[in-house]
Design a protein around this ligand. Structure first.
Ligand code: NAP
Length: 434
């Protein structure tokens, strides 16, 4: 018999696992399960709509999906249509590749006010995630604060200040384009609790902020050190030197240069979100960095704003019937082994860090463990899952079905846009008829 493998989640970590199993020559069937009718997870709903080059990795994943080993089970929700316990009974190996698609909170008073929207939610909204189509964020104030100095913070700041024309070759949905275009937003404050050397932006993303049509980055030269100093890791050293050089270049920009501004603020730790029911501002404590940590100085200041977007990292939710580490928001595992025949890869294993290809070694490790643990395989896999879903009346979306949805999105693309994403499950399933 062949080893039957089910992978839950079809983002990068899921696809790299399937790819590693195939490349290792493991005699297996691989069922890729996603609760949405669309594959690719973070590639479709996390990567910024104007970073289409990054999204092209989905072409490689498509080749994997079309391999004779693989079958896509879209529109199948584990926990609703089939339980994890049932999947473990049906499959020799079940791989959790469910990512970290939820908001992490800063943990300060006022975070429950209207007008505080976590980065996972906001990014999902502008990427047409069907769960977030109706979010309707209030963009009615001129000032927005983005908390955090990572690539997600910079993505959000950029999307908020780019023009419709600059977004023409992106797949930003029309509802988000219109909401941003008609909003009075002029100033986005992107705040780090530590300094410019500690910021986590990668340099290409940082430099993009200096090349916008209608907006300029504003940096206070007094916040920039002369040099990075000596770091242990040469790669880190180079990145931080490049970032410091880019930030120094940005000091040439003045507010009068453009109607919109992205303020880079450092040494600012958020302590309270101000206002009544709704956000009216953010209170911060000035910090200094001591031994790599932000230490409060006892000096406070406020920024008036109507929207606060904490972009302080994502988090995973616990998976039913699986031990969960509540401190680090990951499943409990030993090098990716969660339990007999159960494995974890990607952000549910490691937490939300790294770039897309960082998930590749997770897939390789899981494939090695599966080959070692599962012998020749003894469980039925898809021949059990198919009838189970049919009995429950689930409309399974196959990879062929997804290609029809994709073709309809491409055919509907306006102008230079690569696609017009469907915004609801109903629209997607309607393309497939009955
Ligand atoms: P991230 O890189 O971990 O950045 C999180 C930021 O939030 C850091 O500046 C962090 O500051 C700050 N932060 C955390 N807790 C905070 C708190 N309580 N108060 C104030 N600030 C706080 O996370 P991310 O931006 O969500 O990105 C996730 C991963 O996806 C990263 O590996 C990122 O590089 C990757 N990504 C890549 C791209 C790209 O390549 N274009 C695009 C998007 C995302 P400290 O450093 O002080 O903790």
């Amino acid at each position: 018999m062949t080893i039957s493998v089910a992978i839950i989640g079809t983002g990068p970590a899921g696809f790299y696992t399937a790819d590693a199993l195939i490349k290792k020559g493991v005699d297996c069937t691989i069922d890729l399960i996603d609760r949405l009718p669309t594959p690719y997870g973070l590639i479709r709903f996390g990567v910024a709509p104007d970073h289409q080059t990054t999204k092209k990795v989905s072409r490689t994943f498509e080749k994997t999906a079309l391999s004779e080993h693989c079958h896509f089970f879209g529109n199948v929700e584990v926990g609703r249509d089939v339980s994890l316990v049932e999947l473990r009974e049906m499959y020799d190996a079940v791989v959790l590749a469910v990512g970290a698609g939820h908001d992490r909170l800063v943990g300060i008073p006022g975070e429950d006010k209207k007008g505080v929207i976590g980065s996972a939610t906001f990014v999902g909204w502008y990427n047409a995630h069907p769960d977030l189509r109706n979010l309707d964020p209030d963009l009615s104030s001129g000032n927005v604060v983005v908390i955090g100095n990572g690539n997600v913070a910079i993505d959000i700041a950029r999307v908020l200040v780019k023009t419709r024309e600059e977004m023409a070759d992106s797949d930003l949905p029309e509802y988000a384009t219109a909401a941003i275009e008609t909003s009075p937003i002029t100033d986005v404050y992107m705040l780090g609790r530590r300094g410019p050397i500690e910021a986590k932006f990668t340099n290409v993303e940082l430099r993009e902020m200096g090349e916008l049509k209608n907006a300029v980055p504003l940096v206070d030269p007094a916040q920039l050190p002369d040099e990075v100093g000596d770091l242990d890791n040469p790669r880190d050293q180079r990145l931080r030197e490049k970032n410091l050089a880019t930030l120094k270049e940005f000091t040439k920009f003045k507010a009068a240069d453009a109607p919109k501004h992205v303020h880079f603020g450092f040494y600012a730790n958020p302590v309270e979100i101000l206002g009544g029911d709704r956000v009216e501002g953010l209170r911060l404590e000035k910090t200094k960095v001591d031994g790599g940590r932000a230490v409060g100085t006892g000096e406070f200041f406020e920024i008036a704003c109507g929207l606060v977007i904490p972009a302080v990292g994502y988090r995973s939710l616990p998976v039913a019937d699986v031990p969960f580490d509540d401190k680090n928001f990951v499943v409990v595992h030993d090098d990716g082994r969660v339990g007999p025949g159960l494995y974890a890869v990607g952000w549910i294993k490691r937490g939300p860090s790294g770039v897309i290809s960082t998930n590749r070694p997770d897939g390789a490790t899981a494939a090695t463990h599966i080959a070692e643990d599962c012998g020749e395989g003894r469980k039925p896999g898809r021949t059990a899952l198919g009838p189970h879903l049919a009995e429950r009346g689930v409309r399974v979306v196959t990879f062929g079905d997804w290609k029809k949805i994709e073709s309809a999105e491409i055919a509907a693309a306006p102008g230079a846009a690569p696609r017009r994403k469907f915004e609801t499950l109903t629209e997607m399933l309607d393309v497939l008829g009955n």
